[in-house]
Design a protein around this ligand. Sequence first.
Ligand SMILES: C[S@@+](CC[C@H](N)C(=O)[O-])C[C@H]1O[C@@H](n2cnc3c(N)ncnc32)[C@H](O)[C@@H]1O
Length: 467
Amino acid sequence: MEYLPIFINIKNERTLVVGGQEKAFEKIELLLKAGSKVTVVASNICKEIAELKANGHITHHEELFSEDKLKGCKLVIVTTSKGSLRMDVVKKAKENEIPVNVIDFPDLCTFTMPSIIDRSPLLLAVSTSGHSPTMTRIIRSRLEAMLPLAYGRLSLLVGTFRKSVQNSLQNKKERRYFWNRIFSSPIIEMFLSGKEQEAGRILKNEIDTIGQSTQSIGQVCLVGAGPGDPDLLTLRALRLIQNADTIVYDRLVFPKIMQYAREDAELIYVGKKSANHTVPQDQINQKLVDLARQGKMVVRLKGGDPFIFGRGGEEIEMLMESGIDFQVVPGVTAASGCSTYAGIPLTHRDYAQHCVLVTGHLKEDGTGLNWESLVQPHQTVVFYMGLSNIKKVSSELIKHGMSPEMLAAIVQKGTTRNQKVFTGTVAELPEIVDKNDIKPPALIIVGNVVKLHQKLVRAGFDNQILD
Ligand SMILES: C[S@@+](CC[C@H](N)C(=O)[O-])C[C@H]1O[C@@H](n2cnc3c(N)ncnc32)[C@H](O)[C@@H]1O
């Protein structure tokens, strides 16, 4: 280990920055955040530092650096571009045994400043000991993405109960077990989904009743898994899948996504095919309630977005009626994912000013859809579940005034490595399905925007599809 990572308390302590430009400003901001009284020595200061000075946040000396400026300083940061000044400050700081950091000169530093992820009071520091700032930055941004902003407030909440838990559980091992249980319980997700007061109340109750057997609290998270490509999962969806005790999932959830589940997670398949319900909806609803009542952190994983032709509304109704805590996490819906990966913008200034998402799952007589409203100029119509009624879709659109020559596309298994895009006219749709033996899942896009598919594909449009 080249350096010892430590966190220094500089609240109300003096620190010195030698240099007055942008880099100095970045460091001054950090020092001020940590509560330090900052002195800046620089003949010229940038606009931002001048503003700090005008607002009384810093002390500024225009005159040359002299050793007396180091008096009482806990740290020195040097950003000046003047070589002789730099060397002088470093020499004096070392003689006075004051830690010194020189930006861009790791060999002159007695301490380095890590890249930080600030979820105060939670702080994460990343450093390559000055070897690769780029690598530090990349790792930092990955960690940033993994840590919800609410983690700071969560650590404050947990901190307020630390003493009570210490008083109730004298044994260190028992305390660790208690906190592990809390951190893998739905209380944390409840907090992160914005129900902070409720989570605090339940946590307090857990602490007040340590040693007594209480009913565990479960939660159901209705999570949109997107149309296929696992890279399209939201950060929250990924975190929930990785933490779930049980995942209840659909046929449309891409198998690779299930690999993010914990090894010991229980995986329950409730996939259903149109008109052939493997597990009836009311049984799925009941299952979710039962699992949550066992105190489990349940993820109900659905293809696309749970609220777009996903029956998410029905599932949360039952959860609400049963008093089960829940949250809904949106996902990339098939219309958005498939059209993008196929190079078909759903709206375009020249071709479509509105876009309608409709179900092609029709009643026997084709009723249930307002066909007139679907045949409008400058409009894109996206049919979900339209494959089995493709003849009806094609004929009803034409019957209600759409030109048989209107362009249409079918995107099969969109966003996956097996994605296929077929284009033709509205009149040709049934034939395209027959001839190519197209199987679900497939999305039908109707409108002049389909012209752009040919253009974008010719221009080499190609999305990065993972499976
Ligand atoms: C029951 S709906 C579920 C829609 C989902 N909730 C969403 O937001 O995408 C199923 C239909 O979505 C469309 N679909 C879902 N994933 C798809 C994919 N990867 N490629 C093409 N169509 C897809 C198909 O039309 C399929 O029949």
